[in-house]
Design a protein. Structure first.
Length: 467
């Protein structure tokens, strides 16, 4: 193949009488269109041949829109010595004289053959311009593949915000508030009292009209002593529609419980002694107390000596801090320790350590609907966990837990959500960690798994923790 570059392409264009150097001329536009043809992958069956005088290229150029029309046939002949274009032809309307955009695109492809020193026209078949992408209407269904749909997750209607598309947004306003759900808890304490009075009046009126009426006999107005159940819209009387239609318990969804990885005693065998209390920390009695290293500076030694604990102090701290975030002593004991909550942040920190330390030692009061949701429903989750285990005949007991400090590393601590006693386990004492994601409050655990950022995943229709 002769040496063929953009210089030879320009020389061929100049034969058309067009001025290559003119900024206002149509030649630059033609080159851009030719480049577009090349990048849009319209080329098929590029063939090459030669004789003693010329090097020939032949190709098919498909249409971009008229898919059913036959492709254009292109032919280019180059001087085998100088590389000059001796002949060019295309079956399109403008290609009879050899200066159409299709011909220019084929010449640019020939330039790539020269640039990569190709030995065959198939050497560049893996290039992007030779791998056409089908239109979405011409492709097979893609529903089984991951795509944008994975980022669209189910969420409570209360949180959905409907916004205009970017094209419909008013340019004068940079932010749009959108349309939100206007549903809210309209009942107040006063309205509930009025409701009770109205119920009493209705009951009296029914009995006055006809004492034998069924509704008059069975209707019992709610009273202060009526049992109320927690629902997604506050407390509702037991037996009411809201008490079970809007229930926050497992009545709404199937409970998944996997305890197969926990070593258990033989069926029918339990511990000889009834266990009603949790043992003292540390559970591993072989743990030795922490010894302050001698090579530390005086201020570092003083801090570690202040943090050092013995068995008595560990249990004293755990007992006094069972209120956790509502307990001032819990906050003070965590202040100079690496805890389970902040250990990930500390280990991942790469810079601005001084500011980070100040934020840990002097944290600003923080609250959000997410943390409030967790504080509210963690006790409910533990209660339901205990209830479910009793229902499957594996009774457990869940106790409150405070801050637990390590005996051999007193600068480490953790605050479990609960202490668990399970007499069916070979080792009956464990800890519980509760996750109550507010964003998944109104969906089932299995539905929540459709969110790729959720900590559970759907494995054969069973939610399991991600690796």
């Amino acid at each position: 193949m002769p040496f063929f570059t953009r210089a030879e392409v320009n020389q061929h264009i100049s034969k058309s009488g067009k001025n290559i150097g003119s900024k206002t001329h149509s030649v630059p536009t033609s080159v851009r269109k030719a480049t577009t043809f090349l990048e849009d992958k319209y080329w098929k069956e590029i063939l090459a041949a030669s004789d003693g005088s010329y090097f020939y290229f032949k190709s098919l150029s498909h249409h971009s829109f008229r898919k059913n029309d036959p492709p254009h046939n292109l032919k280019v002949a180059l001087c085998i010595v100088s590389g000059k274009v001796k002949h060019a032809y295309c079956t399109c309307v403008a290609g009879a004289v050899g200066f159409c955009n299709h011909v220019l695109a084929l010449m640019m492809k020939v330039c790539k053959f020269t640039l990569y020193e190709c030995k065959s026209v198939s050497d560049l078949d893996n290039e992007d311009d030779m791998q056409p992408k089908q239109a979405c209407t011409s492709m097979l269904q893609q529903w089984h593949r991951k795509g944008r749909g994975d980022t669209i997750v189910s969420q409570p209607a209360m949180e959905v915000v409907v916004l205009k598309t970017h094209q419909d947004l008013d340019r004068s306003s940079s932010r749009e508030s959108g349309v939100r759900c206007l549903l809210y808890e309209a009942r107040t304490h006063q309205s509930i009292k009025i409701q009770r009075a109205d119920e009493q009046k209705l009951c009296e009126r029914l009995k006055k009209e006809n004492p034998k009426m069924a509704l008059a006999q069975i209707m019992e107005p709610s009273s202060e002593s009526s049992q109320l159940l927690e629902t997604k819209f506050g407390k509702s009387p037991q037996g009411s529609y809201a008490s079970y239609q809007l229930s926050t318990t497992e009545d709404n969804f199937k409970v998944y419980c996997n305890i197969s990885h926990v070593p258990r005693v033989d069926p029918g065998h339990t511990h000889n002694v009834s266990i009603n209390s949790y043992p003292r920390f540390p559970l591993n009695t072989a743990t030795e107390e922490f010894a302050v290293p001698d090579e530390l500076a005086a201020i570092e030694k003083a801090l570690l000596e202040k943090l050092s604990v013995d068995e008595e102090k560990i249990n004293d701290i755990e007992t006094k801090t069972r209120g956790q975030s509502n307990c001032e002593e819990w906050k003070q004991e965590r202040k100079f320790r690496f805890t389970a909550s902040n250990f990930g942040l500390i280990s991942a920190r790469k810079r601005h350590h001084e500011n980070f330390v100040n934020s840990l030692l002097h944290p600003k009061p923080f609250t959000s609907r997410y943390t409030n949701h967790g504080i509210k429903y963690e006790p409910v989750a533990l209660e339901q966990y205990q209830k479910h285990m009793h229902s499957i005949r594996r009774p457990i007991k869940v106790l409150k837990s405070g801050l637990v400090v390590s005996l051999d590393a007193p600068y480490l601590g953790a605050s479990p959500d609960g202490k668990v006693i399970d007499i069916g386990c070979s080792f009956p004492f464990g800890l519980s960690e509760v996750k109550c994601p507010e964003t998944k409050f109104l969906v089932t655990p299995l539905d929540a798994c459709s969110d790729s950022t959720f900590f559970l995943e759907n494995v054969n229709t069973i939610p399991k923790c991600r690796d």
